[in-house]
Design a protein around this ligand. Structure first.
Ligand code: FUB
Length: 462
């Protein structure tokens, strides 16, 4: 007979205790591994870069809207930038604010228009490129320079002359040059000092046609394209240059891409990397990076702000190339890419697969509290891939659970066992002995086998 021990009593709504190894984390460190990856604030337009073997992410920082668009609707509001880093794509450190709108001498300090940035390293210096609303009208692109990716950054007194636009991205090509892309498919070579253009006539590398992007190489700025595109991200791989960008296919943005043999194009349109967000979130914005041998696609969605799509959060998926260099289409997931230790909270609501169960917010007055899995009836199940049990099999499994009538769940991690969940209308930690030895990396499956309305916030194994 299994010995059942209910260790912790009632903690109130979502009040189950932190796992041991998450208890002493500094406030600026968060353990996610699932999507969204940043849980202490909104983090949109994520540009990922690898510096010194570590993954750094430079997103823009959405806040609840404080300004309105010309039609009176609530609008993007972004007053500053943070930088985040991770060694494993599971644990993220927020290094704090690196540039604010008050730091920019040429920018409007009340514009809340610090849109999508980028950061690259050259000759030991870190160059942070950011758009901001200019005192002269429109958007300009500024540069802030640091000795370390975390900063401190010094904002240059003038924006880059010759760029009127948003969303800068810098490609450091194997020809030794740095090229800057921005706004609607424009690019120019950067001067060796990285803060000026090397040429007066930026190119329009992609031309907006009535249906899809056509390849062109026009050496002058043109008027705005008939279909909106933005957020270029350019990179080089295996002798090909890739220009990837969000554009409006029907009513909202998809991420598409074009390829070329030259950094400045002409680029030929190849297809979609990510389709429109199903919930209508209007923007998407991305970056692509190779980290420890795996390609990753960083993008954003609005899970922490389901009713306002201008408060967005960064997410990650794995990206794969075909043999001919084209890119395989990616679907957004909740599971994301970070491996989770069995001793950490396994957030089943960030599932890898689901059958019958429902996912709901824990608290609709504070979406950052996250989600729960609702097993309404026997047979409802979810799975959560890549849980690392290590070499020592855990002796117990803990459920953070609310089950007014109780129930019985089956947990599979290699083998399967069933666990009785006692009745509790409020959230409680229920700790039960593990009857089998789970070791190494396992895909975990949880199924309600008896009862109804069993809600699980997370489970963990110790
Ligand atoms: O974040 C503000 C703007 O929305 C970005 O600059 C665009 O790429 C879109 O994501």
């Amino acid at each position: 007979m299994k010995k059942i021990a209910i260790l912790a009593a009632i903690f109130g709504l979502a009040g189950c205790a932190q796992p041991q190894d998450e208890q002493n984390l500094p406030e600026n460190v968060m353990v996610t591994g699932t999507n969204p990856i940043i849980s202490n604030q909104f983090a949109a337009d994520p540009t990922a870069r690898v510096f010194n073997g570590k993954l750094y992410m430079f997103p823009s920082h959405d806040i609840p809207s404080v300004i309105t668009h010309h039609d009176g609707s609530a609008w993007f509001s972004m007053a500053d930038y943070h930088v985040f880093s991770s060694e494993d794509l599971t644990t993220w450190t927020d290094h704090g604010v690196i540039v604010t709108q008050e730091d920019v001498p040429w920018g409007r300090s009340d514009a809340y228009s610090m849109w999508a940035p980028d950061c690259v390293e050259r000759n030991g210096k870190y160059y942070f490129y950011f758009p901001d609303a200019s005192k002269n009208g429109g958007f300009a692109v500024g540069v802030a320079i640091a000795d370390k990716p975390e900063g401190p950054y010094e904002v240059q007194p003038e924006p880059i002359k010759g760029i009127n636009g948003i969303d800068p991205c810098v490609l450091q090509a194997s020809d030794g040059n740095a090229y800057i892309f921005w706004g609607n498919g424009r690019c120019a070579k950067l001067a060796e000092n990285m803060i000026e253009l090397a040429e007066d006539n930026p190119k329009e590398v992609v031309k907006w046609g009535p249906r899809e992007f056509e390849m062109v190489g026009v050496s002058c700025l043109k008027g705005l394209p008939s279909r909106q595109a933005e957020g270029p991200f350019a990179f080089e791989y295996n002798g090909n240059y890739y220009l990837t960008y969000p554009y409006v296919r029907n009513n909202t943005e998809v991420i598409g891409y074009a390829m070329s043999k030259n950094p400045m194009g002409p680029y030929e349109y190849k297809g979609i990397i990510m389709a429109e967000h199903e919930n209508g979130c209007w923007t998407n914005h991305h970056s692509i990076v190779n980290f420890k041998g795996q390609w990753y696609f960083f993008y954003h969605h609005n899970p922490y702000s389901p009713h306002f799509d201008k408060n967005r959060s960064a997410q990650i998926e794995k990206l794969y190339f075909n043999e001919d260099g084209t890119i395989q289409e990616i679907k957004p997931t909740k599971r994301g890419v970070g491996p989770i230790k069995a001793t950490q909270k396994v957030q089943l609501d960030r599932y890898s697969c689901i059958d019958g169960a429902a996912i709901e917010y824990l608290d609709t007055t504070d979406y950052f509290k996250g989600w729960k899995t609702v097993f309404e009836k026997a047979g409802d199940k979810v799975c959560f891939n890549e849980v690392d049990f290590g070499r020592k099999a855990p002796a117990e499994v803990t459920f953070c659970v609310a089950a007014p009538k109780g129930g019985k769940v089956a947990v599979t991690a290699g083998e399967t066992a069933q666990f009785d969940i006692p009745a509790s209308a409020q959230w409680a930690e229920v700790t039960l002995p593990m009857p089998y030895k789970a070791k190494k990396m396992q895909d975990v499956k949880v199924e309600l086998v008896e009862g109804e309305d069993v809600e699980i916030d997370w489970i963990r194994f110790e």
